[in-house]
Write a protein of this length. Structure first.
Length: 282
């Protein structure tokens, strides 16, 4: 290899001597000076830094979700929606987030959503589809980590349609004649409660976060309010059932008492008649 470099150098120098007429030493100096300048102009490419290896440590505290993801909602294309799931630790670690989406109801095997690393995430509602979302919260301590995975939240996006009135009832119908039913439908910050036939029975108009310019409604708030309504309805139904059972029991007791009183009266009458008969016989 050294012999080849020498041959190249000698050839280059000899060529310089023939063309310029300068001395051998001058030609060598010029050649070496030019090579040094060319070497200075070469930009060194730094080697990529290696990421520190992170080890999962089960003894490290796993993040606890303050509000876990559960439930579902139906939205009309273009309606803004926020999902939120915060987590915390008590050991002084740093909690970070990564959101995922899935086409099945599972909080594993989903697709990582690029840039979705905050506790609040705004799903894409531009296309009609059903998507399940979940978030992974990571507690980091030095080079050790531990993680927790949230539940899933189902977001179903329907194409835009229009409200149609039928006998005083409103139904949201899309172009092909189909309509969402037995769900909660989000349209521009208002949630409409739809019955099994798709008719709106109630609305949930909620104040939206200012960060979304008044267009976004928090799915966790929707879910909490719906659960509260369901719980209230269940409690009312249970109370009505207890009242009905109490009334039935009271009627049964009254009937039993009346029967006993009637029997006692008949026995008293019979005894009186027997006594009277005995007296007459004397």
């Amino acid at each position: 290899m050294k012999k080849m470099k020498l041959v190249v150098l000698t050839t280059a120098v000899c060529g310089s001597l023939l063309l310029s007429g300068c001395s051998f030493r001058q030609a060598v100096n010029r050649f070496l000076d030019r090579s040094a300048k060319e070497a200075d102009n070469v930009i060194a490419t730094p080697e990529p830094e290696k990421e520190a290896a992170m080890m999962i440590d089960d003894s490290l505290e796993a993040p606890a979700f303050d509000n876990d993801l559960t439930g579902s909602i139906t939205v009309v294309q273009g309606s803004a929606l926020q999902l939120e799931s915060t987590a915390s630790v008590a050991d002084g670690g740093t909690v970070t987030y990564q959101w995922y989406c899935n086409n099945v109801n599972s909080n594993g095997g989903g697709t990582k959503i690029s840039g979705a690393t905050e506790p609040v995430y705004t799903p894409d509602t531009s296309e009609a589809a059903t998507t399940f979302y979940y978030v992974v919260a990571t507690n980091t301590h030095g080079e050790a980590i531990n993680m927790s995975v949230s539940g899933t939240y189902q977001v179903t996006v329907w194409p835009q349609g229009e409200w149609k009135e039928t006998e005083g009832k409103s139904q949201y119908v899309i172009e092909d004649g189909t309509f969402p039913a037995d769900t909660r439908l989000l349209i521009d910050g208002t949630v409409y409660v739809l019955d099994a036939e798709g008719y709106a029975t109630d609305t949930e108009g909620l104040a939206a976060p200012e960060t979304m310019k008044g267009e976004t409604a928090d799915a966790q708030v929707f879910q909490a309010e719906q659960e509260a309504k369901d719980a209230a309805a269940a409690a009312a139904a249970e109370e009505a059932k207890k009242k009905e059972e109490a009334e039935k029991k009271a009627k049964k007791e009254a009937k039993k008492k009346a029967k006993a009183e009637k029997k006692a009266a008949e026995e008293a009458k019979k005894a009186a008649e027997e006594q009277q008969a005995a007296e007459n016989a004397q």
